[in-house]
Design a binder for this molecule. Structure first.
Ligand SMILES: Nc1ncnc2c1ncn2[C@@H]1O[C@H](COP(=O)(O)OP(=O)(O)O)[C@@H](O)[C@H]1O
Ligand SMILES: [Mg+2]
Length: 242
């Protein structure tokens, strides 16, 4: 479904991603772990076409994303939930969703809007509320609804649990699983290892822009040394996400 092969990317002169290879299959949730500054956001922005890889390829099905512009990437079925949500704070919930619906053909917009509200009933109750007045969890739901509205084949989520309470993180986990259950591939950049272990089946750990470890959930659960070495987290502090 999504396949990165030896992707390299720069921020200006800063060589950030080095030979990053990874894949995400249809309906699969794969996590991208790593400390602050490891290159998670850069990976996601490179897939989304905001940064052009200097070498390597990014493919999604028949589309060679690494040669496409970000708008075309979005239209080809890639949804993006940016870090920090990036909503339109001074617009209502309904207007935020309506702007996302604009990328759909005009005949499908009304049903797209309705589907967003069916999927996120909490947003239907807050239609006329300004995005800036939503709780953190509601804002994240709005950001996700905007990303999934065009029925993407792949959704990129950049630290969706950031700043949310444990109860909201558990709710978010349910939403992300339901997105994947519809056959969507999900690449989830997270610092919240509990969340990643609870919902993702496979994991790539980035360190200084390189994939230093890739593994499956059962193995990662048995490797506290990996978590400690690459992520600096101790399993003693683990709180399960149901
Ligand atoms: N706009 C930028 N200009 C220059 N360097 C950047 C920029 N954004 C990020 N970087 C650098 O790229 C590296 C990876 O950052 P990022 O992808 O944001 O990591 P993460 O999302 O894992 O915290 C860091 O060393 C960071 O300092
Ligand atoms: Mg980041």
């Amino acid at each position: 479904m999504l396949e990165l092969t030896k992707v390299n990317a720069f921020h200006g002169l800063n060589h950030v991603l080095r030979d990053v290879s990874m894949r995400v299959n249809q309906g699969e949730i794969v996590s991208l772990l790593g400390r602050n500054g490891a290159g998670k956001t850069t990976t996601i922005e490179t897939i989304a076409g905001l940064i052009k890889p200097s070498a390597g390829s990014i493919r999604m099905g028949e589309h060679l994303l690494s040669t496409m512009h970000s708008f075309a990437i979005c239209k080809s079925g890639v949804g993006w939930v940016p870090q920090g949500r990036r909503l339109f704070p001074e617009l209502t919930v309904n207007d935020n969703i309506r702007l996302a619906v604009l990328k759909m053909p005009s005949t499908e917009r009304a049903s797209g809007l309705q589907k967003a509200y069916d999927m996120f009933p909490v947003l239907a109750q807050r239609m006329t509320t300004l995005a800036s007045n939503l709780s953190g969890g509601e804002q994240q739901m709005l950001a996700i609804s905007r990303a999934v509205i065009g029925e993407p084949r792949l959704v990129l989520m950049d630290e969706p649990s950031e700043g949310l309470s444990p109860a909201m993180v558990a709710e978010l986990a349910v939403v992300i699983k339901s997105v994947a259950a519809q056959g969507v591939a999900v690449l989830l950049a997270e610092q919240n290892i509990h969340m990643a272990l609870a919902i993702a089946s496979r994991h790539y750990i980035l360190d200084k822009g390189q994939v230093c470890y890739s593994t499956q959930t059962d193995e990662l659960n048995r490797r506290p040394d990996v978590l400690l070495n690459f992520l600096g987290v101790s399993t003693k502090s683990f709180v399960p996400v149901s």
